[in-house]
Design a protein around this ligand. Structure first.
Ligand code: ADP
Length: 477
């Protein structure tokens, strides 16, 4: 049995801004089911909810501050969560990174530096908990100083650093290094220094024993200038210690057989019932109700990462094809306005809903035939996995986790029954349109389409298989 300490800035359902929270809400319980001793440590934010109030355990002194540690549990599990309680930093309303007005916390470097010091104390069993982890698993830049600080300790635990998105790095002016009172040995270009600035993410990348990302393809991509944001050299240098493990999905929440949000539940054996979700969705969104017309869907943040500009460039052509399109998302204001224009121009064929709506997201996954995910980069991506589970075939760009989870429909993959969607290469409107046309040809071949749906639905996207891969990694170090 391994003792594993998970250090994170967010955990579902306590507090969530993105995919990291989902990973920390699912992976530790999955490791627990593999009989490992896993605990989570995170800041005690003002806005934490959905858990029992933390019980006081001890006070730890770091950098001239007294910090309390509280203990609670992850709901519906017996995973212990330690909350780092320091009201001066974490006691104000807002999310982990932004204040209530949406501005980044001015002292965000101080906040996560203090958090990292506390994690280090716990990791070294200096927090009166009588528990020393074998492995400290750190996540994203907010925990990047932990592997760096631990590198200075004797008899330290092994460290793993997981990158959920390279776009966020925690870079501060050099003055922050002294201000945060960090040990001088860490200030050099192979350490925390990044072009004369202090980089938290480099702490993880330079000092962790192993680095992981959330898909094997993204692990390769971040070693190139296009995806590496200037850190591709360091990552390429560490390639023997770098690997990708795909995230799982919550297979109880995303299950077409039990989904309470959808009008008609179904399985791969009762796929005929899926069409009732389609007609109900068409009616809900004001599209022409027609069980036969191919219905495309998209759910996600409306930002450049997701390739929404490619969709915009294709929408006029799509409106002239025999298809319908339902989109749900929010994000960039100018993108929202342009999308809504198409909704107004083609009300029977194109539906655009701006907002965040879990209920509608489930109804789209269940109701549409084809899901569009033309991302420019995608560390892992979840919707393409939900889609496959719902017998909704995804069209994805050949990048990151999309490339690792969707098998393109080609003669060989049709033959061996692994084909589960459509993959295209170039981030261009032409390439996306080509994939849409290819998909329409196959949609017209009903028995083949049904087989593709079944191939997709039987794939295993559960956390259990990812947890097994992480456990293998922990055992190696
Ligand atoms: P990312 O983490 O980059 O936003 P993912 O595909 O990994 O993309 O995960 C996004 C998650 O958020 C998915 O569960 C998706 O269904 C959900 N989501 C995104 N936008 C919306 C929205 N407007 N309404 C409902 N759910 C959404």
């Amino acid at each position: 049995m391994k003792k594993i300490l998970f250090a994170t800035s967010e955990t579902h359902p306590l507090i969530k801004t993105g995919g990291l929270a989902d990973v920390v809400g699912s992976l530790p319980p999955a490791l627990k089911r593999l009989e490992q001793d896993v605990r989570i440590v995170m800041p005690n934010y003002h806005d934490i909810k959905n858990c029992e109030p933390g019980r006081y355990v001890c006070t730890i002194r770091v950098n001239n501050s007294d910090v309390n540690l509280l203990e609670t549990r992850l709901p519906d599990s017996d995973v212990i969560v330690w909350l780092v309680d320091f009201p001066a930093f974490f006691g104000t309303p807002g999310n982990p990174y932004l204040d209530d007005d949406g501005n980044p916390w001015a002292n965000i470097g101080d906040r996560f530096s203090l958090f990292c010091r506390i994690v280090t104390e716990i990791a070294m069993n200096r927090a009166y908990l009588d528990w020393k982890p074998d492995v400290v698993h750190c996540n994203d830049w907010q925990t990047g100083l932990v592997p760096a600080l631990l590198s200075l300790e004797e008899h330290r635990p092994a460290t793993v650093f997981t990158i959920h998105n390279m776009a966020y790095q925690g870079v501060f002016p050099s003055a922050a290094f002294t201000q945060l009172n960090l040990p001088g040995q860490l200030w050099h270009p192979d350490g925390l220094e990044y072009h004369g600035m202090l980089s938290f993410i480099k702490g993880g990348m330079s000092y962790a024993d192993r680095i992981t990302t959330v898909s094997p393809t993204y692990a390769r991509e971040i070693q190139t200038p296009e995806f590496g944001y200037g850190l591709e050299g360091l990552l390429a240098y560490r390639r023997d210690d770098l690997s990708g493990i795909i995230n799982g999905i919550d297979t109880t929440v995303w299950n077409p057989e039990t989904d309470g949000y959808i009008p008609n539940t179904y399985s791969s054996k009762t796929l005929d019932a899926k069409v009732n979700n389609k007609t109900a969705l068409q009616a809900r969104l004001g599209l022409t109700v027609d069980p036969d017309v191919p219905l495309f869907g998209l759910i996600g943040r409306l930002v450049e990462q997701k390739g929404i500009d490619l969709i915009l460039a294709c929408l006029k052509d799509m409106a002239n094809m025999p298809l319908q399109f339902a989109l749900l998302g929010s994000g960039d204001k100018s993108i929202q306005v342009k999308l809504q224009d198409f909704d107004r121009l083609y009300p029977d064929k194109i539906s655009v809903t701006i907002g965040y709506d879990e209920n509608l997201a489930h109804q789209i996954e269940a109701g549409v035939d084809i899901f569009l995910m033309p991302s420019r980069f995608e560390p892992c991506g979840l919707n393409q996995m939900y889609s496959q589970r719902y017998g909704t075939l995804p069209i994805v760009r050949n990048t990151g986790g999309l490339a690792d989870t969707v098998v393109d429909t080609l003669p060989a993959s049709i033959h061996n029954k692994t084909a589960s969607g459509f993959v295209f290469n170039d981030a261009s409107p032409g390439a996306l349109l080509e994939a849409i046309k290819r998909c329409l040809v196959l949609y017209a071949q009903k028995p083949l389409w049904r087989q593709l749906q079944k191939n997709a639905m039987q794939k295993d996207f559960s956390w259990q298989s990812s947890a097994n891969q992480y456990l293998t990694l922990y055992r190696e170090i």
